[in-house]
Structure formats: C-alpha cells, structure tokens
Design a protein around this ligand. Structure first.
Ligand code: ADP
Ligand code: ZN
Length: 713
C-alpha cells in the first residue's frame, strides 16, 4: 500500500468507528489525503457538504492537536458537543467560558489529551506568544474563511491578521474552509493566509434536497397563511423566517403566535440574553419557527431544519444561498420559499445607492432579481451564478414542478401602461395598482387619479395578481423604475409599442402561494401517514427528544434526521445491527442504543428488552474503541464495578486479550499469589483491599493464561 492509500484506509476506518459513516462524500478523501501529507488546502463546499470532517479526520490521524479557528461561540460549542458525543476529545477556548475552563483546555491540549481545539480568532491572536507555541499543533483550520475578504459579504477585519499563522507555524498545514466564495474571494483567501500551493477543492453547489419556490406579489395575509401551512406540515420540526427588518420579524412572530404557533424572534436589537434564549429554544426544538433578521444563523449548526422562508428579497445570491442552505443539512428533503415584491427590489436598490459602493453590489442584486423572476428552472439559475452548468432541469423548484402557464397579457400591459402615461409618469407601483383597482384612497383622489380613464380598469384582478404582473412587465422591459426619481414607473419604447397595439406580450399566470400543487400534495401525505416507516420515524424522533433532554445535548447531536430515517428503514434489533445504521458510531451505539432499539422492538411487537448478553457486548464495543473504564461506566450509566464484571466475563470467553489497562502488574500478582498460597481464604482477605471487580479480572486473566499454557503445551 502506498502512503495515500494507507491514509485513506485509516481515515475510512475512523469514519466508521467514530461517525458511523461508510463512505466519503465527494472531495473528502482528496482533501484529507492532501492535508495529511502536509499540504495546505482551500475548501469550498456548500453548507451541509461535509466540511467539518475534512479537518476532523486529519486531526484524528495526526499527532498532536488541530486548532480550529471559528468566528462564533455558539458554533464552537455545538461542534465540540458533537465531537465529544462521538468520543473524540475536543475543547473550545473563548470569551464565553470562564478563564479556569479555558486554562484547563489549554493544559489538556498541551498534554496531548485534546485532538481538536476550537478557538476564536481574537483569542488566538491575543495569545499567540503564550500557549500556542507550547501546543503540538498538527493542523490549523480556518472556518468561515470568506470572512477574510473585503470582497465577500461578511468581512471581519480580525481575520486579516491570521496571515501570521503561516509565518509562525511554518511546517503546519493550514486549511481554509468556506461555503460562500466567488473567485475573487477565493483568491483573496489564498493570498491573505499566505497558503503555499494549496489544494483547491470546489465542491458542487447543488443541494438537490432543497426545494426552491418563489412567490411574487403575495400580500401579508397570504404570506402568513403560507408560513402557517409550512409549520403545520412539519409540526415537530423547526424552520426560519428571514425578514429584512426587526419590526418585520416581530410582526410575523406575533401573527404566528396569535394563530397558536410556537414562534420566537431573533435580531441584533435584542440583548445578548434574549438572543441566547431564542437560539436555545430553536436548537432544542422548543419553537416551530424563529422569525429573524440575517443576524440569525451563522452559529446555527442544527442539521434538521426542514424549511427556510424569506419574507424579503436578500441582497445577493450568496446570502440567499447560505440562508436557505441552513435547511436540510442532513441531506433529507427540505423546503424553501422566497416572497418577492418589486417594493423589496426598490428598497435594496436604495440601500446600495446609499452605501457608496454601487458597482459590485448592484450587479449582485440584479442576479438576485433574475433568480426571483426566472421562468426557467431556478436551480439552473443558481448554479450558473456559482459557475456551474446544470444540464437538466431540477424537478424540485416551482418552475419545474408547476411550469408557469402563459397567457396573452397584451391587454393588461395596455391598461397598466396607459395608466402610467395618463398620470404623466408620476406614480410608483403601489399607486399604479391602486389606480387600476379603483381604490378610493385619499391621496389618489387628491391627486385626481380617480378621474383618469383607466381608473378601475383592472378591478377584476386582485391586488397581488397586479403586483406580480407589473413585476413581470418590468422584468420584460416594458416599464422601468426610475430609482433616482422616487421610484416612479416609466414606459419604455418597447412598452409603447405594446400599448399602441404594435406588439403582443405573453405573461406567466399568477399562482397564489399555498395553492402550489406540490405543497398541497405534500401536506396531504404528511397528515395521514399510514406508511409504517414514517410512523416509526416519528416515534424515533420522540425517543431522540427524550434522550437529548436526558443527556443535555441538542436533539441533532444525538442523531440526525438522516440517521433516524436509515434506522426506521433498517429497524435494527441488536447493537450489531444498530452499528450498520449510517451515522451511528461506536460510542453512540452504546450511549443511546438501548432506548432506540427498545422503541423499534416495541414497534415490531417484540419485547422491548434486548436479547440476553447485549450489555456486556456493548462493553466489548467500548473496549475495542479504547474507551477507559470510568468513561465506559459513564456512557452506559452503570457503575465501574459492573463494567469490571463485564470485562472479566469477556476475558473468560476469550473475547478480550489485551487487558493490560484494567489492572496493574502488582495487583495481578498480589491477588493471584494469595489465591495460590491460600485458595480458601483469599477472597475474604482480598476483599478488604480490592474491589470485587478487580479480583474477578485478576482471576480471569490468570485462567486465560492457564488456557494458553495448555494450548501451547
Ligand atoms: P458543513 O460544515 O459543510 O456545513 P457538516 O460537516 O456539518 O457540513 O456536515 C453536514 C452533515 O453531513 C452532518 O450531519 C455530517 O455528519 C454529515 N456528513 C458529513 N460527511 C458525511 C459522510 N461521509 N457520510 C455521511 N454523512 C456525512
Ligand atoms: Zn428546477
């Protein structure tokens, strides 16, 4: 075997043992091999692509400790909790912990007892002269590396100082990982971190499990209905509603709660305690929805978010993609909706104009608009933005699933266009709809718009239809918005030709949000689930919630939805079978196995208790995983003495032959010497100095050695 094969084989073994996964995701193997042979790497993968494993496995394979730089405390905490529950020694150092804990973590790392040390960039840089130089650092991973670039959308000045790392730790491989980086940002990451000939991995941005929907022109009421519908479809899961403003978040939250939904708000205007509380409620699954500004999410590592809804148009495709990407990280189906309105487009434009950096931001917004108004497969638009070409329609976006029906919209254009002309191009989209719908609004009457010929000419269509159609007319280039002139609408020369009857125009038929075909079908499927696998899945979710509460970790740290789905399909009845489930590593099989297997056995009409002998078999799994005695007891929730009993029995049955860690040589000799000289009295005398379990182990080893002698003699 050459070196690379060797690395891969060992990495695969650890992947199975600690994480319970059987194969690598695209890119993971290549990246792990490169980093393990000392090479720098830039890893660009979408959220949920599996970036964490790309540095966690090299950390496990390497000597010493990997330092992971992460911008957010919550993220560090979640990651360490997940690692520890898989049996991987990890720790975090940051301002949210007290200094004694931080010092303990550093000492443990310096002593080689920590494989992954998470640290905030501020902290690492401030301490650079003290503890980092004492650590046996095997690897440095810079997470959310796009924060280093001013070109990116999430620039953090402190990141630019990380260039010192490559200077100070010359021989340590440095990895940069991010889910969002265009070309410019990517090159910037490499230069600024001073990476040398890094492996560049650009993963596919396709997230086929995310369904994409855009609804144009929906009224407030309609939006709330759609959100409530979504919540009802996933009553036991949670999702995120993103809004542009704090007030918007609060308004939706109130509306949802009035309708009996469990919801909370999150935005930067809240104090740190309230924000932490909201985040916890979300992570623990205590709320069904969090209504938030973009301040929410960076630190969210929850893999079972089933939906994300944008109440407003995001500023660019990167942000949009990152935000919807928080749904379905476990690879299971998840839904997204974007509510689109021309008004939002106008607001965004003004943000950009006020920012003084119109060029790039303006272009990015145009892409966002192109996506929102697309009449071709939306995923193809998204992927082309990231420089990928998709050869086929995705079949999982609203355009693919519900292709817009086209109709002759010439008359609508003529009505709207002549209304614009008759007001001398003095109105924006709101006033225009009001004129067409014949509103009696005071301002409209004051300006005399109720006397123009097209007043009320579009009364037959509801407001949201008009909103959507006017948006299309703008997109088609019939009208334009004068951003520099109070956002008034103007008719273009092309629009004039249509008004004069010299050209005809097709529009896409408006579809109201919750009447989307796919949504309704899914809702029906979910409500009456007679599928037994689905039923079992729901029961396993309840077990997961109970186990999460019992062990004090978030539900997704126990098992992901993908793991529960696989479990519901395979229905393991023993620990061995449980280990076959994707996402069940050795520790978790023992820590959580009993209750999940119990639920499955009950579901199958069998006795809820596992077959005889399962419990000492679990101990064997832990023994093989190299777990120390005390930790075995803690994982299994029994006493150390009980575990020692299992060990003795396993030695008796020749299932354990490397037992040196369970007893010292002198204990072994003292105990067995006494048995030789005083076989009758030994047990009683020894029991004063040694726990029963230790005596049993000593005797088991003695017998084992006797058996070996016989075999050899
Ligand atoms: P990212 O950091 O890129 O957003 P994560 O590393 O959090 O993604 O991985 C997303 C999910 O995919 C996690 O639940 C993780 O356990 C799972 N995952 C990662 N690698 C694999 C793999 N090789 N096989 C199965 N699941 C995986
Ligand atoms: Zn599509």
């Amino acid at each position: 075997m050459n070196r690379q094969d060797n690395i891969s084989a060992r990495a695969l073994e650890l992947l199975r043992k600690f994480y319970g996964y059987r194969s690598f995701r695209p890119g993971q193997r290549e990246i792990i091999e490169a980093v393990c042979s000392g090479r720098d790497a830039v890893v660009l993968m979408p959220t949920g692509g599996g970036k964490s494993l790309c540095y966690q496995l090299p950390a496990l394979l390497g000597d010493g400790c990997a330092v992971v730089i992460s911008p957010l405390i919550a993220l560090m905490e979640d990651q360490t909790a997940a690692l520890v529950s898989n049996g991987i020694p990890a720790a975090a150092i940051h301002s949210g912990r007290n200094e004694a804990d931080n010092r303990t973590a550093i000492e443990a790392a310096a002593a080689g007892r920590v494989k992954l040390l998470y640290v905030s960039p501020e902290r690492l840089l401030a301490d650079l002269d003290t503890w980092p130089s004492r650590l046996p650092i095997s690897l440095i991973a810079v997470d959310e590396a796009h924060c280093i670039s001013q070109w990116g959308h999430d620039f953090r000045p402190v990141y630019t100082q990380l260039s010192v790392l490559k200077e100070q730790f010359r021989s340590v491989p440095v990895m940069a990982l991010t889910a969002t980086a265009d070309r410019l940002t990517r090159d910037d990451i490499t230069t600024q971190l001073g990476l040398r000939d890094p492996l560049r991995w650009v993963g596919s941005f396709d997230r086929p499990n995310l369904s994409l929907k855009v609804y144009a022109g929906a009224t407030k009421k309609r939006r709330i209905e759609a959100i409530v519908n979504m919540i009802r479809r996933y009553p036991n899961d949670s999702g995120i509603v993103y809004t542009l403003s704090r007030a918007g978040a609060e308004e939706i939250d109130e509306a949802l709660r009035r309708m009996g939904m469990r919801s909370c708000v999150y935005h930067a205007g809240m104090n740190a305690d309230d924000r932490a509380r909201a985040q916890r409620a979300f992570t623990n699954g205590d709320v069904q929805a969090v209504c938030a500004t973009v301040a929410f999410g960076m630190g969210i590592d929850k893999s079972n978010i089933r939906w994300v809804i944008h109440n407003n148009l995001p500023a660019n495709i990167e942000s949009y993609y990152q935000e919807i990407g928080r749904a379905g990280r476990d690879g299971m189906p998840a839904e997204t909706i974007l509510f689109y309105s021309v008004q939002d487009l106008i607001t965004r434009r003004h943000f950009i104009d006020d920012s003084g950096r119109p060029g790039i931001a303006g272009e990015k917004l145009e892409w966002m608009q192109r996506y929102a108004e697309s009449t071709v497969c939306r995923r193809r638009v998204l992927l082309s933005y990231f420089g990928e070409t998709a050869e086929h329609d995705c079949g999982n976006c609203d355009v693919c699933l519900d292709p817009p029906s086209r109709f002759d919209g010439t008359v609508l254009v003529q009505k709207a266009g002549s209304a614009i002309l008759r007001t001398d191009s003095q109105v924006g989209i709101f006033m225009l709809t009001d004129i067409l719908r014949g509103s009696a609004r005071a301002e409209l009457r004051r300006r005399g718009f109720d006397r123009i010929k097209t007043y009320g000419a579009g009364r037959d269509l509801p407001q949201e239809h008009w909103n959507a159609y006017i948006a299309q007319m703008i997109q088609l280039g019939l009208f334009e918005i004068a951003f520099d002139d109070s956002n008034r609408l103007r008719v273009t020369p092309y629009g004039m030709r249509v008004i004069r009857g010299e050209a005809r125009v097709e529009l896409s038929l408006y579809v109201a949000p919750q009447r989307g075909k796919t949504g309704r079908q899914k809702a029906e499927q979910r409500q009456i689930t007679s599928d037994p696998t689905e039923q079992l899945f729901e029961q396993l979710k309840a077990v997961r919630k109970a186990e999460a509460d019992r062990t004090g970790v978030p539900a997704y740290v126990v098992f992901s939805d993908a793991t529960l789905t696989d479990m519901a399909r395979r229905r393991p009845r023993t620990i061995d079978e449980l280990l076959q489930v994707s996402g069940v590593g050795e520790r978790k099989s023992v820590r959580y196995g009993k209750r999940f297997i119990g639920a499955i056995r009950k579901f199958e009409g069998l006795g809820a208790t596992m077959p005889q002998g399962t419990t000492y078999k679990e101990t064997l799994i832990l023994h093989n995983a190299g777990v120390p005695l005390g930790e075995m007891a803690q994982i299994k929730g029994v006493s150390v003495e009980t575990i020692k009993g299992h060990i003795a029995r396993l030695i008796d049955e020749d299932m354990i032959t490397n037992f040196a860690s369970y007893i010292s040589r002198s204990e072994y000799e003292t105990i067995n010497d006494l048995y030789r000289t005083n076989p009758e009295g030994a047990a009683k005398i020894l029991s004063e100095d040694y726990p029963g379990g230790t005596i049993r182990i000593a005797r088991a080893i003695y017998n084992y050695n006797q058996r070996r002698k016989q075999d050899n003699g």
